[in-house]
Design a protein around this ligand. Structure first.
Ligand code: UT7
Length: 334
């Protein structure tokens, strides 16, 4: 059985910076509230028609390909995680395949929201392990800003989310002791509607929404039961990280860097405290980008690498929790 490693990482965020002060001009909010409750100071929001979920993914992918030192023709599969695809169908994997201008390789779309990148990474890990593929492009990209309710009514959701993309090249490791040690995936569909976008969908067709015009149809905006999600997140993160450590006979003190999904700085800090991790052991960048759902882990991983916080031999832990609910972790010997 092969071992799979992350050979290269890359990210891309739109140029347009939206500060908390900018938001306070759109809705009844203020920077103190946003920083105190979420840690977010600014986020990137697409402000032009040229950028999209797949265009951001393309830029992040190019950076990951360069970082991996491979040619794009060596990629033999694409896995694309997002909750904000360019089109209802087809999924964005095929758009990325076209824009990368690579041969007719397979492209798979993953719909697991905040855990999407880790679900995608887990799939890539299995394909590399079995020898089916050699180099898999795994991408998380999200264009949230176009679909948020930017009035006071939507402030509990819209101040949190940002746009961006992150990518990784997952390849066969030359050393069996290096690479992805294990991945752990969970879901609990009974809470599906606690963090969801209900319309447009097959439960709420577009004509029905159009017929409702002027009747204040809130189903077209994401809904989040923030407090409930928060409480679940601070329980599930330590659980799924503990599961990964236990499977590999490792302790929290063995972790060189935990990169949690950037949901809310308070959630990351809560997890850090409850697992007795030091500041050096946890990476956060939500302050600059907000919550970018499936893109948050690969963006953070690429940034952490650029900052020299991910080094050969390090034990890296990735963990996520979000809509579904879904949650997941991965342990990597870098
Ligand atoms: O990545 C996907 C997973 N998502 C998450 O993990 C998010 C988890 N949840 C959270 O991060 C937090 O629940 C939020 C940041 C969303 C909200 O923080 P909270 O401490 O749970 O606040 P709350 O929803 O209980 O609201 C407290 C107050 C309310 O006012 P009243 O009813 O006490 O008068 C809200 O109306 O804060 C008000 N509020 C705001 N005030 C200013 C809600 N949003 C805002 C806002 N600015 N943007």
């Amino acid at each position: 059985m092969n071992s799979a490693m992350i050979k290269g990482t890359g990210y891309y965020v739109p140029k347009n910076v939206v500060t908390n002060e900018d938001l306070s001009k759109l809705m009844d909010t203020n920077s103190e509230w946003i920083i105190e409750r979420t840690g977010i100071k600014e986020r990137r929001w697409i402000d032009n028609d040229d950028e999209s979920t797949s265009s951001m993914a393309l830029e992040a992918s190019k950076n990951a390909i360069t970082d991996a030192g491979i040619d794009k023709s060596e990629i033999d599969f694409i896995i694309f995680a997002t909750l904000s695809p360019d089109y209802y169908f087809p999924g964005p994997g095929v758009t990325l395949q076209k824009e990368l201008d690579i041969d007719t390789i397979g492209a798979l779309d993953v719909r697991n929201q905040c855990s999407g990148f880790l679900y995608a990474l887990s799939i890539a890990d299995q394909y590399i392990k079995t020898g089916m593929y050699n180099n898999i492009l795994v991408v998380g990209s999200e264009y949230h800003s176009g679909g948020l309710d930017k009035t006071t009514r939507g402030r509990g959701v819209s101040v949190i989310f940002g746009d961006g993309a992150g990518a990784a090249i997952v390849s066969k490791s030359p050393d069996k002791n290096r690479g992805i040690l294990s991945t752990h995936l969970h879901s609990q569909g009974e809470h599906a509607e606690e963090l969801a976008l209900i319309g447009p969908s097959t439960r709420r067709w577009v004509p029905e929404i159009i017929d409702n015009e002027g009747k204040d149809d809130q189903s077209i905006y994401p809904y989040m039961n923030g407090t409930f999600v928060f409480k679940q997140a601070v329980t599930r993160f330590p659980q799924v990280i503990g599961e990964a450590l236990q499977q590999n006979n490792l302790q929290t003190t063995d972790i060189d860097l935990l990169i949690p999904h950037q949901a809310n700085l308070r959630i990351s800090q809560f997890v850090q405290r409850s697992m007795k991790l030091t500041d050096d052991q946890v990476f956060n960048n939500i302050q600059k980008y907000g919550n970018t759902t499936a893109a948050s882990i690969p963006i953070a991983l690429a940034e952490a690498k650029l900052e020299g916080r991910v080094k050969e031999g390090d034990l890296i832990c990735l963990a996520a929790f979000g809509s579904g609910f879904t949650w997941a972790s991965a342990l990597i010997r870098w």
